[in-house]
Design a protein around this ligand. Structure first.
Ligand code: OOB
Length: 550
């Protein structure tokens, strides 16, 4: 019998691992057969009454989570959604994110993870690139009316047939209210009924994550059921998660870090409890940690000083908290050293990427490694190379670009064959664009990057994308966006502009970019007017020289 999960159908190029690598991952047990949508049902059989999900006063047992995601899945099918359909999901940290996500997985439909801050420019690009058939939004979030944006997207993107609105004000023009879907009572399908889809295979595309990108338009990262499940499972094992674990989701649930490193999926896979924080403030988080006896949570470096200050101030009960994961941007060593004595829990540094490779410090690593490195790969099958500009491996301890391939790292971007040469080596390594040093123990220290990106406290900004929008401003004739050090965010963005006439201020530019539908965090923090941009000998904009300017 051919047990290839995609048997009978050919996987597209961007989803294809070489057969010998795939065979190795399967025989080593890294790749299993369980589709992601089966996790709640498996746990419901083992521990039906155990709490799976907490959102404020709302709680779901595993039995309730499994039953509800099945019901929503049937209701979505009733709307015409089917296996393989792409669906843009843009929800904050509310239980509906988890319900919709698993309901889509049950169907074999593919969620596209938009971030809460994304606007018309990003969403319409996602819709066009994927031919998404549906878009799931909150009614309002962070003082923004998502229903208006959804109506615009639906006008502009023909494929988007359904807008599904979560929240009290779900009735909007011809949108579908999620509350109605949730309470609809579609007839259960018998597995033998001809209408029932067989459900997804573990080798199918399961979700599309957004890449930080460095080429102007956001690229999408295809993740399969089996590679993403392995990512979550391996991380959960390293963190020692089990049914007694309680994970607090502080960063956006749609972020790969929060969803599967080990995050929400790793916790549910292990039979633990997921608690959703409505915002990342330490006041909210500390209250939830004490009330729900949270054992593990994850933040980005800019949040750390706020957490330490609030802890000093309010003396919260953090006695249940065993692990604080910190990642998405470089954590300064000095801050790393303060976490354990001040918060009373173990620090775990996390260096990951939506493209795949995940590095964690281990809970029993010596303090010196936990404080100064960003961890080592989670899988024995992760292949890591650190290379010089010519692509030759450098000795341990020297700086080079990190290349990687492995059982949960992509082999190509979604529907984007043109990017193969830029982002992958001929033998299938993903070029991360990160500069690292590798220690003999395998631990990595992130020291910089070669990609044209700003890491604004964990939020990635593609310089080219913003530059293209800036060039549309009538006063701007040339633009270059670079990172500058920032004490709070680690990095912030500076736009160097050549202008005809008086240059726009940062505030004017922010309004201009907002009107163009760009997410707010991409607006330059600072604007510098210059007579001309410095060029390299080959005539490219010399960003190194710009970064060196005070
Ligand atoms: C995570 O994922 P992305 O896709 O938003 O960003 C990936 C990039 C990395 O290539 C690296 O440049 C940077 O973010 N990064 C770090 C870092 N963690 C990520 N740079 C320095 N130190 C770290 N600890 O950011 C992400 C995905 C999964 C887990 C955690 C983070």
């Amino acid at each position: 019998m051919d047990n290839t999960p995609t048997a009978g159908r050919t996987a597209p190029d961007w989803l294809r691992w070489p057969p010998e690598a795939a065979a190795r991952y399967r025989s080593a047990g890294y790749w299993g057969d369980e589709p992601l949508g089966d996790i709640p049902r498996r746990q419901a059989a083992l521990r039906p009454t155990h709490t799976a999900l907490v959102d404020g006063e709302r709680r779901w047992s595993y039995a309730a989570l499994a039953a509800e995601t099945d019901r929503i899945s049937r209701a979505l099918r009733g709307l015409g959604l089917t296996r393989g359909d792409r669906v843009i999901v843009q929800l904050p940290n509310i239980a509906e994110f988890v319900l919709v996500w698993f309901a889509l997985q049950r169907l074999g439909a593919v969620p596209i993870h938009a971030m809460p801050g994304h606007r018309r420019s990003e969403i319409s690009h996602l819709a066009r690139l994927t031919d998404a058939v549906a878009y799931v939004v909150p009614d309002r979030h962070a003082r923004f009316d998502h229903r208006e944006l959804a109506a615009e997207i639906r006008q502009a993107a023909n494929a988007v047939r359904q807008v599904i609105v979560v929240g009290e004000r779900g009735d909007h023009r011809d949108a579908v209210s999620f509350a109605d879907l949730r309470h609809a009572n579609p007839a259960p399908e018998s597995p033998s009924s001809p209408a029932a889809d067989p459900g997804p295979d573990a080798g199918d595309l399961a979700l599309l994550l957004l890449s930080g990108g460095t080429t102007g338009t956001p690229k999408l990262i295809p993740r399969t059921h089996r590679d993403y499940a392995y990512n979550a499972r391996a991380a959960a094992e390293i963190c020692g998660l089990g049914p007694d674990s309680v994970y607090l989701a502080v960063l956006p649930a749609a972020f790969n870090f929060t969803l599967s490193c080990p995050g929400i999926l790793g916790t549910l896979h292990a039979g633990g409890t997921v608690v959703l924080a409505p915002n990342p403030s330490p006041v909210t988080a500390f209250e939830l940690i004490a009330r729900e006896r949270v054992t593990i949570t994850a933040v980005n470096p800019p949040l750390v000083p706020h957490w330490l200050a609030e802890c000093r101030e309010s003396r919260p009960d953090l006695s249940s908290l065993r692990v604080l994961q910190v990642g998405a941007a470089r954590l300064p060593d000095e801050l790393a050293r303060r976490i354990e004595p001040e918060l009373g829990c173990r620090l775990q540094q996390v260096f990951g990427m939506a493209e795949g490779l995940l590095n964690l410090t281990r809970l029993d690593d010596p303090d010196a490694l936990v404080h100064t490195t960003q961890g080592r790969p989670i899988s024995p099958a992760d292949e890591v190379l650190v290379v010089d500009r010519a692509g030759r491996p450098v000795p341990d301890g020297e700086v080079g670009e990190l290349l990687t391939r492995g059982p949960y790292t992509l082999r190509g971007y979604y529907r984007s064959p043109g990017h193969a040469d830029t982002h992958f080596t001929p033998d299938g390594h993903y070029r991360t664009g990160d500069l690292v040093r590798r220690l003999p123990s395998g631990h990595l220290r992130v020291v910089g990057r070669v990609k044209d990106q700003i890491n604004r406290g964990g939020e990635k900004i593609d310089a080219t994308e913003v530059e293209e929008h800036l060039l549309a401003h009538p006063a701007v004739t040339a633009a270059a966006v670079v990172a500058a050090p920032d004490p709070a965010l680690g990095e912030r963005s500076v736009a160097f502009l050549v202008c005809t006439g008086p240059p726009p201020t940062a505030r004017e530019l922010a309004a201009f970019l907002r009107a163009r539908g760009l997410a707010g965090y991409k607006a330059p923090d600072r604007v510098e007017a210059v007579p001309e941009l410095p060029l390299t000998p080959v005539g490219k904009i010399d960003k190194k020289a710009l970064r060196a300017r005070p």
